[in-house]
Design a protein around this ligand. Structure first.
Ligand SMILES: O=c1ccn([C@@H]2O[C@H](COP(=O)(O)OP(=O)(O)O[C@H]3O[C@H](CO)[C@@H](O)[C@H](O)[C@H]3O)[C@@H](O)[C@H]2O)c(=O)[nH]1
Length: 451
């Protein structure tokens, strides 16, 4: 295989949630592994601003793509709306910026790496006769659910939703403990003809044409699924968990003093709470959670954004000041690696799960959308390292009970033992000659090879 002197890799990001960050993380590693290659990173202005905020990257240059929002757009509270407007602007917004990058950097594109959601990259790459490598930023269970969308729909075609909900997905490798009701919405349930389910369906049909599909996970975490997906894709490359392979090992800033506060707490005693970068739980659940924390008396660190603070019970912050800390943002990776954290109350985003596994922290799961319900099921019933809140809604008594089960009881101890094993497997996978390290080498070969 000839090695291109100077490749130019186009990287197309999905600019919502925590999608662009793991993609950027992977690209940074690739840039270090292939010094002659230049990278053009395409995302919306807002997304690029946060990704490229404090770092300079000689070989990785950001290019803004239009976000699809009408001029003077006012956000009215529906989080799906900007996503749908963005999807409608694709692929033309990416194509326009791609041309700008080629003209400016004076190098033709040699490879496209993208978020897996951006399935149209397959056509762009095919037109240019270059490889396309999509990255799935979620876990193996959600990826396999999407890949089997057509088969799942055919299997349940003649059944009413209430009749198929509890049916185990035994016909899919590695999914026998999962039922139809655990699937991400848009596969079997929900309005399948709206923007996002249509995008996911197109993605599922297009990924098998990719040169290789990469995933932010490691083979050993779910070997049956990894083996099966290898038969579906030209190449299936588990290159994670990317939280362990970050090439910039500078610790995240801790402006709110979370880590020093944790250092004054007892080992495995603190409940850390965060619902990721997008979600604000309903006011009723914020109140229930606050009351559960106050009554149970466990020390807590709560990362809260938006107007959630407005919903906290009157006087809560003052009454709990010696027990708890409420911050607008926490250096989560460092928090979950801290020995004082005993449990993580989470929405079950995949990045949070990976960070919790690597930190060895059991989870209490309150899922909201997308892959989160499925992730909850996996953490609770397949891997045994988490507990879901009853009926997927936070209620005071139930929250106290799950906090106690994990922090105080034998159940939590067993989860921590299992997590030690997962953590070991993850570290081995990204270590010398580990499966993720070897897969990463394959990825480097693909992106640096000529046509
Ligand atoms: O105070 C905070 C809160 C969050 N984070 C970071 O924010 C990220 C959150 O990522 P994730 O847990 O994946 O949540 P979302 O941002 O909600 O991610 C979206 O993307 C994920 C990957 O595809 C999906 O699994 C989720 O369902 C989807 O909502 C993590 O890296 C956290 O470390 C912090 O550093 N500090």
């Amino acid at each position: 295989m000839a090695i291109m002197e100077c490749g130019h890799i186009a990287v197309f990001a999905f600019p919502f949630g925590t999608h662009a960050a793991p993609l950027f993380n992977l690209v940074q590693r690739l840039a270090m592994a292939s010094p002659n290659t230049i990278f053009s990173f395409f995302s919306t202005r807002q997304s690029n601003k946060s990704i490229f905020s404090d770092q300079k990257h000689e070989m990785i240059k950001p290019f803004d793509v239009e976000d699809g929002l009408p001029e003077n757009y006012v956000f009215k509270g529906n989080p799906q709306e900007p996503v749908e407007l963005f999807i409608r602007a694709t692929p033309h917004n990416f194509k326009r910026s791609l041309q700008v990058a080629v003209d400016e950097r004076k190098r033709e594109i040699s490879c496209i790496i993208s978020d897996a959601f951006l399935w149209f990259c397959q056509e762009i790459a095919a037109e240019m006769c270059v490889p396309w490598i999509p990255l799935w930023t979620g876990g193996p269970f959600s990826l396999t659910s999407h890949i089997y969308t057509d088969i799942i729909r055919e299997t349940f075609a003649d059944k009413r939703p209430e009749d198929c909900e509890k049916e185990p997905l035994e016909f899919i490798s590695g999914m026998s403990q999962i039922s139809a009701k655990d699937l991400p919405e848009g596969i079997l349930f929900g309005n399948l003809e709206t923007e996002f389910p249509l995008l996911l369906h197109s993605m599922a049909r297009t990924l098998p044409k990719a040169t290789a599909v990469a995933i932010n996970s490691f083979e050993e975490i779910e070997e049956t699924i990894a083996k099966d997906l290898k038969t579906k894709f030209n190449k299936f490359l588990n290159v994670g968990p990317l939280t362990l392979t970050s090439s910039t090992d500078e610790p995240a800033s801790d402006d709110n003093g979370c880590l020093s506060w944790l250092s004054n707490q007892k080992p495995a005693s603190v409940a850390y709470i965060s619902f990721g970068s997008i979600i604000t739980p309903p006011p009723k659940e914020v109140v229930a959670l606050a009351e559960a924390l106050e009554k149970s008396g466990f020390p807590f660190l709560w990362s809260v954004r938006g107007n959630t603070k407005d919903f906290l019970p009157e006087g809560f912050l003052e009454r709990t000041a010696d027990k708890g800390k409420v911050v607008p943002w926490a250096p989560q990776k460092g928090v979950l690696a801290h020995k004082s954290v005993g449990v993580f109350v989470t929405h079950c985003g995949w990045n949070s799960i990976c960070e919790s596994i690597v930190g060895g922290v059991p989870m209490i799961c309150r899922p909201f959308f997308g892959d989160q319900k499925l992730n909850t099921k996996v953490l609770e019933d397949v891997w045994g390292i988490g507990l879901g809140v009853k009926d997927c809604v936070i209620a005071e008594d139930n929250m106290i009970s799950v906090l106690e089960r994990i922090i105080l009881q034998e159940e939590g101890k067993k989860m921590r033992e299992k997590l030690r094993n997962f953590k070991g497997l993850a570290e081995t996978a990204v270590g010398p000659n580990g499966s993720s390290t070897e897969n990463f080498k394959t990825l480097v070969e693909i992106v640096t090879a000529t046509k």
